[in-house]
Write a protein that binds this ligand. Sequence first.
Ligand SMILES: Nc1ncnc2c1ncn2[C@@H]1O[C@H](COP(=O)(O)OP(=O)(O)OP(=O)(O)O)[C@@H](O)[C@H]1O
Ligand SMILES: [Mg+2]
Length: 335
Amino acid sequence: MAQEKVLEINQLKTYFHTKRGIGKVVDGIDLTLHKGETLGIVGESGCGKSMTSLSVLQLVPDPGKIVEGSVRLNNEELVGKSEKQMRNIRGNQISMIFQEPMTSLNPVISVGEQIAETIREHQGLNRKQAFQKSIEMLKLVGIPSPEKRAKQEPFQLSGGMRQRVMIAMALACNPEVLIADEPTTALDVTIQSQILKLMKNLQKKLKMGIIFITHDLGVVAETCDRVAVMYAGEIVEYSTTEELFRHPKHPYTKGLLQSLPKLYEDQEELQAMEGSIPSPFKEHQGCKFTDRCPIAEDSCHQIHPDLKMSSDHSYQVRCLFYQEEKELTKGMSSV
Ligand SMILES: Nc1ncnc2c1ncn2[C@@H]1O[C@H](COP(=O)(O)OP(=O)(O)OP(=O)(O)O)[C@@H](O)[C@H]1O
Ligand SMILES: [Mg+2]
């Protein structure tokens, strides 16, 4: 049975128009999220992961703007919606856990009231009922003594608990899509794995689609069904998690995996990738990865490669030199 699409992003471009010029921070992204699935977005710092998710929610900060493309939630176009319309959709059908929990929580309002406010806005409950529901949400995300914690302000909670509060807030209205931007990066490993388990459990219960943003490939392997690898505002590889770890295809993906200890079978020795991501303000003619690419040739400086789909539609790669083995074998067997 074909999976049901809940979110479709097509040719999304988000640019920053500044005195320095135009920063192409999201430069033609296509992504699809199905009901109940977890889609990972990975890539180094600055590659555009957060800007992609903020674009989906129509929360791009000034002077950034979506200049092209479409974001459809259950076939409804979000690009161009008014702030009022978006406020109704955000937190209700689509929620986000932001990278910085402290900046998205109000420091002087109790966490229970903050969750209750979201619930009141979207579910028409009165103050008392909404506060009661927020206690239930805190319990659901595994916060001990939720009645007591609900009355506390964010600074009275540990980092792990604040992150759970963010999750409780994001999930309070049973969204169909959750965008989790580095939800566990700032936490220690034990709490990190507790929170990941919690999200997966809630996902099963609520049949949510999750976009999971992280630079931690170990977390991707544990959590995601499919993965998009981003580099300088573009997707360079897009496939199932299994395929990505077993047979990475793009030189950048290979580099990312090689900088991890023993994650895939034919892995060569551990080595960090040299160089860094190019500035989104830099003009490009060819492939954006050329300067760091171990297999780049002259043509790579001239030709910008398309994101090519494999013949069985199971993955996509953006590299001039990627040859599809399956296609070659198929060709031979049909002779
Ligand atoms: N206000 C701004 N003006 C200009 N450029 C910006 C602005 N905010 C972000 N950028 C640029 O947008 C690009 C993408 O940033 P983004 O925050 O999406 O990266 P990221 O992949 O989420 O990184 P990280 O892993 O560090 O969170 C970066 O090059 C960043 O410098
Ligand atoms: Mg980010």
